[in-house]
Design a protein around this ligand. Structure first.
Ligand code: SF4
Length: 283
């Protein structure tokens, strides 16, 4: 059985830098992270082992310093945080900042903002948190429910599949032929690289294993993308989730991972697949 790793997989620079920043600040003093720094339980456990607190609620912060995650946040939330007397460390990814600037430009130019993404995702809450009026769409039904506006400005959550984003932008244009629809592509390059490498890999294999946290959006997008090219796709969080029966009669197994998955977690999953193969050869 051959294992084929996608040409681009696993942790992106934005997540890597955010983790490094958290560890640096934790060494300097008590730190609380607002929300999941990354959507990966292995990384979160490692941060908590360093004494870093994580909370979803500003009111529960007990340290003098609060970190905003790589997903970013709104100016309103930042102002509220500073109003509570907390020092703020921003680990916002530069490519999330690009998306914030795109949204600000659309507003400045008089467009009604439509974000393609998950309404309750922390990044989307950050992108829309300073807007009084906006829409968030994730599928065709959401587009069909949109109201008409003379100018519609569309941007995307950075981790959405770019093919889906382009398809929904086309649908918005067809639904509102009278409107000026402006699209700014804010899907980040690491997400695009992982998506296209996953397609390339999934076309060549019998089974795909996607490694990533259950709440990681880009990991779920990788699962959906791979499932279009390979019938046997499995999502695991760690090597403990790998099941021997998945590899029956498989000659080539593909491996990919979301942008918050550390290298050692991917390596352990690969080692586990090789272990499973060794067992099946001895029985
Ligand atoms: S997925 Fe993209 S936007 Fe998000 S942290 Fe990584 S590089 Fe930045």
């Amino acid at each position: 059985m051959r294992i084929l790793r996608a040409a681009h997989l696993g942790m992106c620079f934005g997540v890597r830098d955010a983790i490094a920043l958290a560890l640096e600040h934790a060494d300097a003093g008590p730190l609380t992270i607002l929300g999941d720094l990354v959507h990966n339980p292995t990384v979160l456990n490692a941060l908590q082992a360093k004494g870093i607190a994580v909370t979803q609620d500003l009111a529960l912060v007990k340290t003098p310093t609060l970190m905003v995650t790589a997903h970013g946040t709104s100016e309103r939330t930042l102002a509220r945080t500073r109003g509570l007397g907390l020092a703020v460390v921003e680990a916002t990814c530069p490519l999330v900042r690009v998306a914030h600037r795109a949204v600000a430009a659309l507003v400045r130019d008089g467009y009604h903002v439509v974000i393609i993404g998950q309404r309750d995702h922390v990044e989307v809450r950050g992108l829309t948190g300073d807007l009084d009026r906006f829409d968030v769409v994730l599928d065709d039904d959401d587009v069909l429910a949109l109201e008409a506006h003379p100018r519609l400005g569309v941007a995307a959550q950075t981790t959405q599949a770019v093919e889906k984003v382009r398809r929904l932008v086309d649908l918005i244009r067809r639904r509102f032929p009278q409107s000026d629809v402006r699209f700014i592509d804010t899907v980040c390059k690491p997400t695009k690289d992982r998506q296209s490498a996953a397609v390339e890999m999934a076309r060549q294999v019998d089974v795909v294993i996607v490694v990533g946290g259950q709440s990681s959006n880009n990991t779920h997008e990788l699962v959906k993308t791979c499932a279009r090219y390979c019938a046997r796709v499995h999502h695991v969080q760690t090597d403990a989730d790998v099941r021997p029966e998945w590899f029956d009669a498989a000659e080539v197994v593909g491996l990919t991972a979301g942008t918050s998955t550390p290298d050692d977690v991917i390596d352990r999953v690969e080692a586990r697949i090789r272990q499973v193969e060794a067992w099946t050869q001895t029985v």
